[in-house]
Design a protein around this ligand. Sequence first.
Ligand SMILES: *Cc1c(COP(=O)(O)O)cnc(C)c1O
Length: 228
Amino acid sequence: MIQITDHLYQVQDRVTQALKLAGRPDDKVRIVAVSKQKSADEIRRLYDAGQRDFGESYVQEAIAKQRLLEDCDICWHFIGTVQRNKTRPIAERFEWVHSIDRFQSARRLNDHRPEGAGPLNVLIQVNVSNEPQKSGIALDQVIGLARQISDLPMLDLRGLMAITRAGSSDFEAAQQFSAVRDSAEMLGAYGLRFDTLSMGMSADFESAIASGANCVRIGAAIFGPRHS
Ligand SMILES: *Cc1c(COP(=O)(O)O)cnc(C)c1O
């Protein structure tokens, strides 16, 4: 059986090393364990090893697992495409949404967020690789969307999320990560609060940390490969 808790500890060590290399030894990086296609039992094993942040891409799949894990104090992150007809369950059942790329879905999440739950933490997904088929908005539209979102009382805009182009070299990935970081710093210059840069997956999280990421979304390096 794959020892996923060992994989988790290895990823934690690699994050610590990457922070040292980046000259940020005292910084913290939030590791979101991406559990799509993985079972509630696997999530629970990592939870018992201390992991608290888990990321899911599909609402129905996530809810089924959340029901089995109701006794756990898990912070759930939604990282998939925000479909119009799914904004209610997302707003009700997650603490973070990493993948906002249009105002309409932001407003619907705001409207569906239960009063007692407090604001939903959201990130704007940037299409940094300029692939037309990919989710995310262009870098030059980030400020406009950020301003609109900052008017929504039940959303707390925390920063940006990006996925590098598949097959990027290390150098290309680093360029994409730096472009996102620069854009996030612009948000600050416009007086918009931001404290989270969600960049880096199994293949490139060390490079993302070198470029300033403080949240990484790790699936395969913890859980092992996904089928297709
Ligand atoms: C699946 C997924 C991940 C995790 O990818 P790995 O390569 O398995 O680490 C991270 N972010 C998003 C948005 C994903 O969809």
